[in-house]
Design a protein around this ligand. Sequence first.
Ligand code: ADP
Ligand code: MG
Length: 422
Amino acid sequence: EKRALRGEVRALQNLVQELRGSIRVFCRLRPAKNGQALPDAADSIGARAESSQRVALRKPPGDRRHDFTFDRVFSQQAGQRDLYEEVEPLLPGILEGIHVCIFAYGQTGAGKTYTLAGNRSTGEPGIQDLAIGDLLRLAESREEGGGAKYEVRLTALEIYNETIVDLLLDMHPGPAADSEKLEVRQSRENLDRGVEAPESSAGGAVGSSNHPSAFGSMRVPGLRSWLVRGPEDVDHALRMIGANRHVSATALNERSSRSHCVMSLSVMQKQAGAGDSAPLGTGGACGVLHIVDLAGSERTKISQAEGMQMKEANCINRSLSSLADVLYALGDPNGGVHIPYRNSKLTYLLQDALGGPGCKTFLFAQVSPEAVDSNESYSTLTFASRVASSVQKGKLRPPLPGAPRGSPQARGSPNIGPSRDA
Ligand code: ADP
Ligand code: MG
């Protein structure tokens, strides 16, 4: 009886998630640099939370006021747990095979890394830490209840100037060499299994397996995939990722804000009782949580940049606008439009997690409340609210032909899984 009730609760949660749509856009204002919230009436305020869904921004010329609407707005006072409230309901779906992508977008210093990874020195967790901890606990409790076995793996990579570098690699003392740059490939076979992780001495948890790629039909040959047996393995991996981003940062001035960081946790359901490595049939559910800390969105004045700086600025501008194009196209009310995944490494890599049935995308637009940042805040808010409004229009779209039939919540339901056959 208890199990039936739990099933019903889960079905209801799925329905609520489905009704909320597959792309959700949030805005978070960070406190002032000293960690204190700026009073809304202060002269130095540029952007403020007007309500739980609206942000008001004053900016030059003429201190004009602009309003922006989102699925939810987190004020300067909002805590990490408030944001996590939105993410938590997705976790059971990940165990059942949905692909979730969480992006943090905004200018450097607006709080992207804080929102996702928290503050390691004060021990304050980010969305990523909270979600991974809960996912592991959820998987464990289901395993204890019998019926399911899960294999959890973690990969992390950085996309810098359109090249991919493994972040779970011992980079000390310097950044990765050219020979360590990786490529994205599309496997002809959707069932092509295995991240081709070379045997490595870096952590006993690294190794090859028949675990599906965290990127669905997209693969990154050579990318290390960590077997996660418990929270210590995650901790070890996250510390390594942090250190590697830092290594790159000293090598090339603030590189961590000039690159995208993609951390992916994949959960494969295995047949209960089968051998340790037996995947669940060919359609074995593999749910994934991608956490994407995007490069700073501030526009470097290309005319003033030279050499490497110019290349960086071009790469960032192009890849962020490709992401925007993909998100706009996914929300297009006419549906069936071409989705330009191929225009950047980031969207090419993540295409199976963006916009398909059984995919959820969350975008956190990170904004500084300070008046000095108003121009950058304006461009972040414009970008994000455009995604939000294209999604609003897209909600009226009838299901595509070939979309899963049945109950109205079928499309995107965790029970459908990430299959893209339709
Ligand atoms: P980004 O990754 O966008 O460049 P960070 O996450 O590094 O920005 O944030 C810049 C600084 O502001 C960091 O010191 C961070 O700890 C702090 N910070 C950002 N958001 C918050 C917040 N909501 N509460 C407290 N401190 C924050
Ligand atoms: Mg950062």
